[in-house]
Design a protein around this ligand. Structure first.
Ligand code: PEP
Ligand code: MN
Length: 264
């Protein structure tokens, strides 16, 4: 179902009017790693809107490496995300970690994110496949391209065709960056699959200074969109501040993206 062989026409995934894929202009998704407060989400959404972003991100259920790190605001956070999105006219995407969270996430978000750590949580994939909501499926940090597409297949096989893939870097021997951004999967996926693919340069690099240039590189490689972390005050972020852009930095990035798209 994910293969180009049986589906030569590229798929367009519509998320509350924002469309991904088939050569449409790339969709810029931006926002904080975690939902922290009403003020933080409103300021974050304002920064995304001011820069020209089309969708807002923010995590309420956070898959943190250690149990002592901020775990997210949970259901309370979902309402803050939804309100910030509505106030600024931005559809929202947020991660679901467990099947039990799916109903609440669907009520508050326009798109459901499956995080890298859950890419092979097959029961979760099946439930998300049954729910019919648009899905952003992130690549597992040590998943091959074949495994990535097989995970998408689980969602499609349950009758949900609205899948957008997301390359977010893979684990390699290199430690200078948080992960290794595998940009070649963008054209490779386009050969093998009809599904849209976006790139997350924030989790891929872990470094704010690398995010703008890798965003542009992903667009040159043909990405159907970008997801970047933007925080109104990155130094105070409860999660992933080192890879988050400030509002002005996001606006500057968006200026460079518009210039680049004029050339492409
Ligand atoms: C995220 O996007 O919030 C996230 C946790 O990313 P990943 O699942 O790619 O690590
Ligand atoms: Mn993050």
């Amino acid at each position: 179902l994910a293969s180009r062989d049986f589906h030569p026409q590229a798929t367009i995934v519509d998320v509350a009017g924002v469309r991904f894929g088939n050569g449409l202009p790339p969709v810029m998704i931006a926002g904080p790693c975690s939902i922290e407060s009403e003020e933080q989400m409103q300021a974050g959404a304002a920064a995304v809107k001011a820069g020209g972003g089309q969708m807002l991100r923010g995590g309420a259920f956070k898959p943190r490496t250690g149990p002592h790190s901020f775990q997210g605001l949970g259901v309370d956070g979902l309402a803050l995300l939804q309100r910030a999105g509505q106030a600024h006219g931005l559809p929202v995407v947020t991660e679901v970690m467990r099947i039990e969270q799916l109903d609440a996430v669907m009520r508050h978000a326009d798109m459901i994110q499956i995080g890298a750590r859950n890419m092979q949580n097959f029961d979760l994939l099946k439930e998300v496949g049954k729910c019919g909501h648009p899905v952003l499926l992130k690549r597992g940090m040590s998943a091959t391209l074949e495994e990535f597409l097989a995970a998408a297949e689980y969602i499609l096989a349950e009758g949900n065709p609205k899948v957008v893939l997301c390359e977010r870097g893979i684990r390699t021997f290199e430690r200078a960056t948080r992960n290794t951004l595998d940009l070649s999967v963008v054209p490779m996926i386009k050969e093998l699959s009809h599904l849209p693919i976006v790139v997350d340069p924030s989790h891929a690099t872990g470094k704010r200074s690398l995010v703008p240039v890798m965003t542009r590189a992903a667009l040159v490689a043909g990405a159907d969109g970008i997801m970047v972390e933007v925080h109104p005050d990155p130094a105070r972020a409860l999660c992933d501040g080192a890879q988050s852009l400030s509002g002005p930095e996001f606006s500057e990035l968006m200026d460079s993206v518009r210039k680049l798209l004029g050339f492409l």
